[in-house]
Design a binder for this molecule. Structure first.
Ligand code: FAD
Length: 279
């Protein structure tokens, strides 16, 4: 079965570019990835509304591809009025899908806001807009870094799904076992919706190590050691990264993952290479 034949196929995530050059480049990336027939594109959002205008502009630009585009929306640091306005704007613009998150406030930025957790945001979106939006939420197979325990995090995940989410997208990980275990535990708590693995292609070790420390993703020792040994030989890093991620994706799909969501970092090549390698 090819990845497109899995129930949810593939999806790709972008961040809103800061510059005109970044914007122009993203048009090419969007078009290259659109050829794979993704189920949707998504666009990240800075907590507290810090990228609101750029996210909205990028959602429009990405949506011009004709592919369903899901803005991310986070509640921390925002009040209900601001969220209500944004939901109305997206509805008017024909947006039908959202990724609903708590978010992480950049340091020094404002208070928590009226909604404290993603389950409250999902409830709010459902109360305000009924079934208009398909809602995706975040899942953490290796546990959210601030959770007091794996069990608490799992219960909180189930609560967020029960609040009305349609699917979940995971934080990236490198252990297929962590994903399968998480899915089994979520199913045992009554979560029936698809849980799509988030995939981070490996292209740059320094950036990967920094992101992973921040979000709690575990880079296995053998992967870390190999990547460290390549130093600044980026060709070897990319070739090794492609092999590791392609094998991970194949295992996930063979084991029943409903699709794959790629964290593209606004690059097309690494995701396309992995997709080419899948059976
Ligand atoms: P929650 O589900 O609210 O969980 C946050 C923490 O609180 C967890 O430890 C959880 O166990 C706990 N918790 C949850 N509910 C409750 C409750 N009711 N009572 C007590 N504790 C609770 N960040 C951005 O800023 N912008 C983005 O665009 C963005 N996109 C992302 C996309 C994906 C697919 C993923 C996986 C992450 C993304 N993030 C983004 C990062 C995310 O915002 C952070 O991981 C954030 O710390 C948690 O957000 P959440 O929605 O998972 O929060």
């Amino acid at each position: 079965m090819s990845v497109q034949e899995h129930p949810l196929g593939i999806s790709f995530e972008f961040f809103p570019p800061n510059t005109d050059a970044g914007r122009d480049k993203l048009v090419g990336v969007r078009d290259a990835l659109a050829k794979c027939g993704p189920r949707f594109f998504s666009v990240t959002y800075g907590a507290g509304g810090s990228t609101q205008a750029r996210t909205s502009r990028t959602v429009k630009m990405i949506g011009e591809s004709g592919i369903n585009t899901a803005p991310h929306l986070s509640c921390i640091g925002s009040d209900k009025g601001e969220l209500r306005e944004l939901l109305a704007q997206y509805r008017e613009e024909g947006v039908n899908s959202l990724v609903a998150l708590r978010g992480d406030l950049p340091s020094g930025m404002g208070g928590i806001g009226e909604l404290r957790y993603a389950n409250e945001l999902v409830e709010f979106i459902r109360a305000e807009t009924g079934d208009h939006f398909e809602i995706a939420v975040a899942a953490y197979p290796e546990c959210h870094p601030q959770a007091p325990s794996y069990e608490h995090d799992l219960q909180n995940f189930a609560r967020k799904m029960q609040a009305g989410a349609n699917l979940a997208i995971t934080q990236y990980f490198f252990s297929a076992e962590a994903y399968f275990h998480f899915v089994d535990r979520a199913r045992a708590l009554g979560v029936e919706a698809p849980i799509v693995p988030g995939i981070m292609p490996i292209t740059n070790y320094t950036k990967l190590a920094r992101f992973s420390d921040a979000c709690g993703a575990d880079i296995p020792r053998w992967v870390r050691k190999q990547l460290e040994a390549y130093g600044d030989d980026s060709e070897s890093i990319q070739a090794f990264g492609e092999e590791v991620i392609s094998r991970l994706c194949q295992r996930l799909l063979d084991g029943g993952a409903p699709g794959l969501h790629f964290y593209t970092l606004n690059q097309a090549t690494a995701s396309l290479r992995v997709l080419d390698n899948l059976a």
